[in-house]
Design a protein. Structure first.
Length: 287
């Protein structure tokens, strides 16, 4: 095992196979970011979403995908141009990896998968052998990458630094713009009967750590998806009203069940209620 990977893995307290798989996925996410940095990807795009919040700001929940936004609209952008760099980087740390771009359908999302074949090949450390005993040798680990090729305007970016496996820089949305994206998901995501509890969990994190949102960028997102059509700009009072309406409509039990597999201590969800989310809505500070 590469020494840098051993160092990264030793930061995790893996007590089960699920813990080990989560740790491996998070390590591979960092390797993918490093490969993108080497291929100059961040000259054209910025990191955002739940995984950005976890890696760059310490969000305490597991997040699956790597989400990015181009700095300027470019519907011809392709992740294929960065696929070889991603494979080269991850293979340099001892992993067998495949890059598979998905054919773009209608819409502005460019996506691809990194596929690592067999967890058993990834781990060669005797101390964790008991976690591998019943692991299926043909099981794949996948990381999904998505790029918004038609981003709404008005966001700001900053450089953030990742120190492992080696120090490198990542261009990312600023926190007020990350929160704008999360509020757009809370207010406008359409899941029919499903509830995305992770969105509400993240909103609680923002309310307690960085509650400021760039209102103009949230408005741009909502106008792009036709979720805000008023002639007047989105005002703080309008945002507050929509957040409270969303709290009223939320099925709290379904939200709790959806997010539970992604948090290590599910007791933090015990306080969830409609009243709790009304209080969270009051904590958001429009800029």
């Amino acid at each position: 095992m590469h020494e840098a990977i051993r160092t990264m893995l030793n930061r995790y307290e893996c007590k089960s196979q699920d813990d080990l798989v989560d740790a491996l996925r998070e390590i591979l996410q960092s390797l993918a970011l490093l490969g993108l940095w080497r291929s100059k990807f961040f000259e054209h795009a910025a990191f955002y979403g739940g995984t950005a919040l976890r890696i760059l700001h310490g969000l305490d929940r597991y997040s699956e995908d790597l989400d990015f936004s181009l700095l300027e609209p470019d519907v011809s952008f392709s992740l294929e141009d960065h696929g070889k760099a991603l494979q080269k980087e991850i293979r340099a740390f001892g992993f067998r990896v495949e890059f598979a771009r998905r054919e773009k359908k209608a819409g502005a999302i460019e996506s691809a998968f990194l596929k690592v074949n067999t967890y058993r090949q990834l781990i060669e450390i005797e101390a964790r052998e008991e976690l591998l005993r019943d692991l299926h040798p043909g099981r794949n680990l996948k990381i999904k990458l998505e790029v918004d090729t038609d981003p709404p305007p008005g966001f700001q970016c900053e450089s953030r630094y990742v120190l492992l496996p080696i120090p490198f820089a990542v261009r990312a949305y600023s926190l007020p713009d990350l929160l704008a994206g999360k509020l757009h998901a809370v207010l406008c995501r359409r899941w029919k009967s499903r509830v995305k509890g992770r969105d509400w969990y993240d909103l609680v994190w923002y309310a307690g750590h960085h509650p400021e949102v760039r209102l103009s960028h949230l408005e741009a997102r909502m106008r792009q998806t036709q979720d805000y059509k008023e002639s007047a700009p989105l005002s703080p009072s309008m945002l507050s009203r929509r957040l409270h309406d969303a709290a009223d409509d939320l099925d709290v039990d379904k939200a709790r069940l959806e997010v539970e597999p992604f948090v290590r201590d599910s007791s933090v969800l015990d306080i969830w209620s409609a009243d709790f989310f009304h209080r969270i809505a009051d904590e958001i500070v429009p800029l």
